[in-house]
Write a protein that binds this ligand. Structure first.
Ligand code: TXE
Length: 481
């Protein structure tokens, strides 16, 4: 069975403790590889390598760092098919999604930050008659990058690319559930000629590897994407150590359809925002609100369209809905569908695990697109993050009412608004408490825009200039006249 090893100081190495975890293929429910079950000793080795690499890497001219990162982007694209297949097997996501979204986006992340660092500016402030100030933005040192299982390479590269582009060295920890494409990325980094120790990857569980990374005194910067409960633990560790932290956490995003929307477009968009990647995207719109005059029409057509999504073996090219990432996550989804019914909800679509899709997938973690109606806005199903192919649909009567519903959550990551009334779009966008508001679209991601959440969806922003600022330390140099 393939062994996924740590990548430290440019070498693939076994974990010091010699232990491995089974890596399960969600579509079959069976182990198909093993991943290093590392601990604090491996983190220490990675930190030593990153520390050694930092002086040279941080002084490498931006143009040279840029060339290297562009080469990594090219190599990811060259190996697109290999990466996409690996991501699909590891996560259960449809191969077509990995090929069309995850892997191209990983290449774009490298390309974007490789070129962004060629166009930076340093601010200057003239203090009248007294002094001249300029701002240096220097790399912060060794950074810790912790990422989740839903978009493994997409999210890991979203952190690695800006961190390295800015001249930092990194310790990355992919989710233990989906470590495979990080291994492939390390192979490519070697081929591209990335100096050893610049990127180190330590595999293992959150408590054994994630926690020592967040607690390590030599890692002063932590970029974390994952669940809100874990994010809180990361913040608790980093706070008293005064680390610079970015937390991209969960969501319970509203998707609002006004009667004046282009319904055809809103329905297609809502099927995507509800069920893409089996609903396992932090940006998915899991609470759908529909203006009462079009509620019935919308629900009927939405259900009709969602029921046509082809669930199947993730490796089948025609599959649109694959497997849920793990048994734990599948159980969580089932728990919430049961809870919804206890809370008075009706299952309008799905709700039960399907018959086996084929012999290979007999024991896989499948759950169909599920639509729940008739739930009170404030019930648990409507408040807690499910992170699966499950949405609730609720009618509303006025703009004011739906803004109240949208904001009645602990989370504030993203939202969608569907309307053809431009003034309404501006009004609603301004009042919704979320880091992103999409109008008549979903998941349109320009890499230059600030990305992140409000309230319990996180702290800080990633993307474009925000990322370059996060991974650098501003220093004011003041020269007297
Ligand atoms: O994520 P975790 P889990 C949500 C979703 C899901 C829930 C739990 O609702 O059901 O979170 O998922 C590492 N110190 N999201 O438990 O644990 C872990 O190894 C440092 C939303 O699978 O947050 C992994 O690499 N690190 C989300 C990463 O944190 C720790 C995506 C994320 O895993 C750690 C995933 C610790 N103490 C889940 N414990 C999104 N917003 O995209 C774990 N980790």
């Amino acid at each position: 069975m393939t062994k996924i090893l740590n990548f430290i100081d440019g070498q693939f190495v076994e974990p010091v403790g010699g232990k491995f975890l089974d890596n399960i293929e969600p579509a079959t429910g069976k182990p198909y590889s093993q991943v290093a079950d590392s601990d604090a000793r491996d983190v220490d080795l990675a930190v030593a390598a990153a520390e050694k690499a930092f002086p040279d890497w941080s002084r490498t001219p931006a143009a040279d760092r840029s060339s290297l990162l562009l080469r990594i982007a090219d190599l990811i694209e060259r190996d697109l098919e290999k990466f996409a297949r690996a991501e699909s097997i590891d996560t259960g996501k449809p191969l077509s999604l990995a090929r069309g979204l995850d892997i191209p986006r990983a290449a774009s992340n490298f390309r974007f930050f490789a070129t962004a660092i060629l166009h930076t500016e340093n601010e200057a402030h003239v203090t009248d008659g007294i002094a001249f100030n300029y701002t240096l933005r220097q790399p912060r040192g060794i950074v810790g990058l912790i990422s989740p299982w839903n978009l493994p390479l997409y999210l890991l590269s979203w952190k690695i690319a800006p961190a390295l582009a800015c001249g930092n060295t990194a310790i990355a920890k992919p989710s233990e559930l989906t470590p495979m494409t990080a291994q492939l990325l390390c192979e490519i980094c070697t081929e591209a000629g990335l100096p050893k120790g610049v990127l180190n990857v330590v595999h293992g569980t959150g408590p054994n590897v994630g926690s020592p990374i967040t607690a390590h005194p030599k890692i002063g910067t932590i970029s974390f994407t994952g669940g809100t409960v874990t994010g809180r633990k990361v913040a608790e560790t980093c706070g008293p150590m005064f680390k610079k932290v970015s937390l991209e956490l969960g969501g319970k995003n509203p998707n609002i359809i006004f009667a004046d929307a282009d319904l055809e477009r809103a329905i297609a968009g809502s099927v995507g925002s509800s069920f893409a990647n089996q609903g396992q995207i932090c940006l998915c719109g899991s609470r759908v609100f529909v203006e009462r005059s079009v509620y019935k029409d919308f629900v009927d057509r939405f259900i009709d369209k969602a029921s046509q999504l082809k669930q199947g073996d993730p490796l089948d090219d025609k599959t649109e809905q694959g497997a849920i990432v793990s048994k734990t996550q599948l159980d969580k989804v089932k728990f919430y569908v049961d809870l919804a019914q206890k809370e008075g909800g009706k299952v309008a679509l799905g709700g039960k695990a399907p018959e086996p899709i084929n012999e290979r997938c007999r024991d896989g973690y499948f759950f169909p697109p599920t639509v729940l109606t008739d739930l009170p806005v404030s019930c648990r199903t409507n408040r807690e993050e499910i992170f699966g192919p499950v949405v609730t649909v609720t009618p509303f009567d006025s703009e004011e009412e739906v803004i109240g519903y949208a904001n009645d959550t602990e989370y504030g990551l993203a939202s969608s608004v569907w309307t053809q009334n431009l003034s309404r779009a501006h009004r609603v966008a301004e009042q919704i408490h979320s880091g992103t508001v999409w109008v008549n679209c979903w998941l349109v991601r320009d890499l230059r825009v600030p990305f992140g959440g409000m309230k319990q969806s996180g702290v800080g922003r990633e993307g474009g200039e925000e990322a370059l600022r996060f991974f650098t330390e501003p220093k004011n140099v003041c020269i007297a006249k």
